[in-house]
Design a protein around this ligand. Structure first.
Ligand SMILES: [Zn+2]
Length: 380
């Protein structure tokens, strides 16, 4: 295994509502860094938050509070992602996994979004959860203040501030941030074109990422205004900016390529078989010439269904001679055909789910003019 692979390897740490939760090894480093930052601040400075004063703490107490606060913050990030995932499930979208990475988290969806409304709801669910956690933690500070528990107050305060920051940062209107997804949903609803909406939201994401990088550089070199941890804050802002820039640039590039390539560009002429053909003739005469795993079944250019070789596996050999193709094919359904102007991207999505791994191309007059096999498309 190469070093970078080991570095990116992911551990599944839990399953929540059946959704695997994964972290990569870099995450442990970020956890440790966060504990250390909080601990060293609590040890060296007195904290004055409103009326509550926390004097510099002994080492052991500072470490414990550092671990508790960091655990609270990471649980908050997880709660944010879980909120996206549960909303997606409520919208009927399957969730692949939740990944916690050094810059936050990601709820990976298995199926493409069906409409802008679902996208908007799923995107808004994360920041809404973070706002809610911020309010709860703020409530915690008020209770701690009543009992004069300064250390508890500080832990709740940091968690409340962290969640508020997480919600506000994620609402910045640039893809792949949640605000960018909201922006994409709005543009998508307006234009009906998801690719163009993705491209625009991605460009906004690149601008926001560039601003984060510049902001980080400014913190590092600014003569007058310095936060308490200038090198850490500046460096972190630059790293997050670069990470976002990379992701947003890929999204923009993907949308640009995808909007150019259509099914018409990628399809091949269909190898049509007739419904009355027997399975044995298919196996003896057609398969040796055309080594495909599925074939369109049509009469006079009208698609009737798709025959998948997978479906022939259960058919005993002695029945091949008197079984007709139309009895083993899958009858036509909407996910079996597209128009030549459909983007390759959406055709791929259909093929992933339609069970035959291929798709027929039908023109405006309803005639079968081409066929696509998912394995045979050039990666674009
Ligand atoms: Zn989010």
């Amino acid at each position: 295994m190469r070093f970078t692979q080991a570095f990116n390897r992911q551990l599944t740490i839990a399953r929540v509502y059946g959704i695997p939760v994964r972290i990569d090894y870099r995450w442990f480093a970020v956890f440790a860094l966060s504990v250390w930052l909080i601990e060293s601040n609590l040890q060296s400075h007195a904290m004055q938050l409103g009326n509550v004063r926390l004097p510099p703490l002994p080492s052991a107490t500072a470490w414990i509070l550092g671990v508790l606060t960091t655990a609270g913050l990471f649980l908050s990030v997880f709660g944010h992602e879980l909120s996206h995932a549960l909303m997606a499930r409520a919208e009927g979208i399957e969730i692949e996994e939740i990944v916690l990475h050094p810059f936050g988290g990601l709820a990976r969806l298995r199926t493409e979004l069906q409409n802008p409304r679902a996208e908007l709801r799923i995107a808004a669910a994360g920041p809404a959860a973070s706002f809610l956690f911020a309010m709860l933690a703020f409530g915690g500070t008020q209770i701690a203040a009543l009992g004069d528990y300064a250390a508890t107050f500080v832990v709740f305060f940091l968690i409340a501030a962290g969640n508020l920051l997480l919600a506000l940062f994620n609402l910045l209107p640039g893809y792949p941030l949640d605000g960018g997804r909201v922006l994409r949903a709005i543009l998508w609803r307006k234009s009906g074109n998801i690719k163009e909406a993705t491209r625009m939201a991605g460009i906004c994401g690149m601008l926001i990422a560039a601003m984060l990088v510049l902001f980080g550089i400014y913190i590092l070199i600014a003569p007058n205004w310095r936060p308490s941890q200038p090198y850490f804050m500046g460096g972190w802002s630059i790293l997050v900016g670069l990470f976002l820039l990379d992701t947003a640039a890929k999204v923009v590039k993907g949308a640009q390529v995808a909007r150019l390539v259509t099914v018409g560009d990628a399809m091949s002429p269909p190898i049509v078989i007739e419904p009355e053909l027997s399975v044995i003739r298919l196996v003896d005469d057609i398969l040796p010439l055309h080594r495909h795993t599925s074939f369109p079944v049509a009469v006079n250019g009208r698609l009737q269904g798709i025959l998948s070789l997978e479906d022939l596996k259960s058919l005993p050999r002695e029945r091949w001679a008197n079984t007709k193709v139309h009895t083993v094919m899958r009858p036509i359904q909407p996910s079996f055909f597209v128009e030549p102007t459909t983007t390759l991207e959406s055709a791929r999505e259909l093929m992933k789910d339609n069970g035959v791994g291929s798709i027929a191309v039908i023109n405006a007059r309803g005639e079968l003019i081409g066929f696509l096999h998912s394995g045979k498309i050039r990666r674009t």
